[in-house]
Design a protein around this ligand. Structure first.
Ligand code: C2O
Length: 479
């Protein structure tokens, strides 16, 4: 196994310092580390304990079994799922020091996802997919252990399937605290649906057709496409902007978080399967990323990114069929079409560029609009719509309406908003023929504009898009 110490040491030095500061002790009090009870640290959204005591995660010899869509579980499977979460919640009171309790499980996310330290944060960079896969893996094993069934696999909420956009029934029936899968802070009622513009084929295609891992899963310092839409949008939708799911620090307090992330994990799996070009990073910096978790027997474990890349063989689960774009294998390489964005901060297409885009659309190929480092408001968790002009944004007619191009979600780490949130997002929008007509109709340069979805007309404030770069990529379809 590769040496994983460096990353661990860096992270733990920072983590320990933050923890000591959090409990009011200076960095000089080095001897304290020996007394930090790992479980106690996790109880309060504090630094996980030092990696030195963590045992390397080994081999999983469970059967390879499918994770299944949450809305298609049998009643026996729903009972197991509820029993498992009930047992996990029961630990919160019967033994608050047990790291397998539900609150402690949720606090793992709190620690890694608030901006305690940039080197710890597992959002806005390439740790996103690997960290969450590892986190769900141990969570799944603990749930299984608590019901004495290591064949238990997490369900996934496949909101990308149009008939599955309500919260899965198990999580809302009954819709009160007698249900261990319920959370009282949700902004969605049992009959509400995730808006289709957040998770529809345009959004899924933009994610699943990402050309390489940099675009799909990000880099050491930047996020990939699906981490925004659909992942972030669903957080905002379920949390309603103020509930637990709307903020990274509290999101994992809602059991739907784990089914949501199971679907996000499936997107990674589907992307890998979609094309032989869709490969994960091979740099040792990525492969040696590592995190620590308690396993089902309360053993403190370390696991690396390299150890989670093959979920089937290494982590013993598979996913059901993918609704991955059927034309993907036929897409020829994506070709960049530049705009003069850098000059005008508005989007202008030369006639030749318009012509090639139209041609590709005519052949039912793909056209994508890339926006890099879009500055977004960070005063709330919200979904923003992007329009091709300030006028269209002011009207905000939504998908199908004039000038509508897509969405950019913003999920804040913390409710208090006192952290230093990353203030830019990358987005890739799938440009259909209809959207392109909108763009083509515009006279002169287009002024891309954001507007908060759901804002009432009298308070609607269109925001001119500021971004480092904007360009199109097009891919034609092979015969
Ligand atoms: Cu770590 Cu969906 O967030």
């Amino acid at each position: 196994m590769p040496d994983t110490k460096t990353e661990n040491q860096i992270e733990n030095t920072t983590s320990r310092r933050n923890f000591l500061q959090a409990i009011g002790m200076g960095t000089g009090f080095i001897g304290l580390n020996a007394f930090i009870d790992p479980a106690a640290a996790l109880a309060q959204c504090a630094a996980p304990p030092s990696a030195t005591a963590a045992k390397a995660w080994g081999r999983d010899c469970r059967r390879i079994l499918p994770r299944r869509p949450a809305s298609t579980l049998t009643s026996a499977e729903i009972t197991k799922l509820k029993d498992a979460y009930a047992a996990m919640r029961a630990l919160d009171t019967s033994d608050p020091s047990d790291p397998r309790g539900f609150k402690r499980q949720a606090n793992i996310h709190c620690w890694f996802c608030t901006e305690s330290s940039a080197s710890v944060h597992v959002h806005f960079n390439w740790k996103f997919f690997a960290f969450h896969r590892a986190y769900l893996y141990f969570h799944e094993r603990i749930l299984g252990k608590l019901i004495g069934d290591m064949d238990f696999r997490l369900p996934y909420w496949d909101w990308d399937v149009s008939s599955h956009r309500k919260l899965p029934g198990a999580y809302t029936n009954p819709n009160n605290s007698s249900n261990p899968l319920f959370n009282s802070t949700r902004g969605m009622s049992p009959t509400d649906e995730i808006p289709s513009e957040d998770v529809d084929d345009d959004v899924m295609d933009a994610a699943l057709e990402a050309a390489d891992f940099t675009e799909f899963g990000g880099t050491a310092t930047g996020s990939g496409i699906p981490e925004g839409a659909p992942h972030g949008s669903v957080h905002v939708d379920v949390g309603g902007g103020s509930g637990d799911m709307s903020f990274f620090e509290t999101a994992a307090k809602d059991p739907i978080f784990y089914a949501h992330h199971s679907n996000v994990d499936k997107i990674w799996s589907d992307w890998n399967r979609g094309s032989s070009l869709h490969t994960n990073p091979t740099s040792s910096t990525f492969l040696n990323l590592s995190w620590n978790f308690y396993d089902e027997n309360k053993v403190w474990r370390s696991i690396t990114a390299a150890q989670v890349l093959n979920h089937e063989n290494q982590l013993r689960y598979v996913y059901g069929p993918s609704v991955i774009s059927e034309i993907l294998p036929c897409l020829l390489d994506f070709v960049v079409i530049r705009t003069d964005w850098r000059v005008t901060r508005s989007l202008k297409l030369a006639p030749a560029a318009r012509a090639s885009i139209s041609k590709v659309l005519g052949n039912r190929g793909r056209v994508r609009l890339h926006l890099t480092d879009v500055t977004v408001p960070t005063d709330k968790s919200a979904v923003y719509r992007i329009y091709s002009s300030p006028e269209a944004a002011q009207k905000d007619e939504g998908p199908g309406g004039d000038g509508y191009l897509g969405t950019i979600p913003v999920v804040l780490s913390s409710r208090k908003g006192q952290h230093n949130h990353v203030k830019t997002r990358n987005a890739v929008l799938n440009i259909t023929g209809r959207k392109f007509e909108t763009l083509s109709r515009a006279q002169g340069p287009m002024q891309l504009t954001l507007v908060e979805r759901g804002a009432k007309e009298n308070v609607r404030k269109p925001i001119r898009v500021t971004a480092a770069d904007s360009h199109f990529t097009v891919a034609d379809v092979g015969q």
